[in-house]
Design a protein around this ligand. Structure first.
Ligand SMILES: Nc1ncnc2c1ncn2[C@@H]1O[C@H](COP(=O)(O)OP(=O)(O)O)[C@@H](O)[C@H]1O
Ligand SMILES: [Mg+2]
Length: 239
């Protein structure tokens, strides 16, 4: 469904993503793991058309998208739930959901989708006329996730959706992302917590200083001695 072929992205002299090749197949739950600064967010931003691809190609359903504008990439069916939640704080919960559908022309189904999201997230329904900035961090993350689904994506990308959340919300967010995948939307999720990511996903790519160091099924990654030593805190973490 999504294919990156030898993709490189630069910020001035910094090569943030180097020669990255990866693939996400329809229906899969794939994670992108690695330390802070490894290039995970930059990879997602390149897929979304938010950073120019310096070298290589990005294909969605076989068509090149690496020169496409972000709004066209959304229309093709790729949604991006960015790092740090980024809801519009002055807008209400409902208006934030409307913004998620800005690229759609079917206004009637958009209204129906908003009602469906509010049913799915009762906490948001209770606060639908409240400014998003007044919500708790966990509620804002729920809203950001709900908003990303408003474009009716076939592939949705989540950038560290659990970051900075209270433990009960972390669990809720992971359950939610799993259920989104189970209901038929393909998922690519960035996560710094390798253990949590590998516990949830089908396959994973490990990025280190902009390069793919390792990839495989969640089980292969969990059993890899290097992954265990460096990212899972030794043998005990896999117990
Ligand atoms: N807008 C930017 N301008 C310059 N350098 C950046 C910018 N965004 C990220 N970087 C650098 O690119 C590298 C990869 O960053 P990022 O993709 O955010 O990593 P991750 O999401 O894995 O933490 C880091 O060295 C970071 O400092
Ligand atoms: Mg990041």
């Amino acid at each position: 469904m999504l294919k990156l072929e030898n993709v490189s992205v630069r910020y001035g002299a910094t090569e943030a993503v180097k020669n990255v090749s990866m693939e996400v197949k329809e229906g899969e739950f794939v994670t992108l793991i690695g330390a802070n600064g490894a290039g995970k967010s930059t990879t997602l931003r390149a897929i979304s058309g938010l950073e120019p691809v310096r070298e290589g190609r990005i294909l969605f359903e076989g068509e090149p998208i690496h020169n496409a504008a972000p709004q066209d990439i959304i229309r093709l069916g790729i949604a991006h739930c960015p790092e740090g939640r980024r809801v519009f704080p002055q807008l209400t919960v409902r208006e934030n959901l409307e913004m998620g559908a800005f690229c759609r022309y079917d206004r009637q189904s958009v209204s129906a989708d908003i009602e469906q999201k509010l049913e799915m997230f009762p906490r948001l329904a209770e606060r639908e006329r409240q400014a998003a900035g007044t919500l708790s961090g966990g509620e804002q993350q729920m809203l950001a996730i709900a908003r990303s689904l408003m474009s009716r994506p076939r592939l949705v990308m989540f950038d560290e959706p659990s970051l900075g959340l209270a433990p009960n919300f972390v669990e809720q967010v992971f359950k939610l992302v799993s259920s989104i995948c189970a209901s038929g939307t393909t998922v690519l999720m960035v996560e710094q917590n390798a253990y949590a990511a590998l516990d949830l996903c089908d396959r994973s790519y490990l990025l280190s200083t902009g390069e793919v160091m390792l990839s495989g099924t969640a089980e292969e990654m969990l059993n890899n001695p290097d992954v265990r030593r460096i990212y899972l805190g030794g043998e005990a973490a896999t117990a």
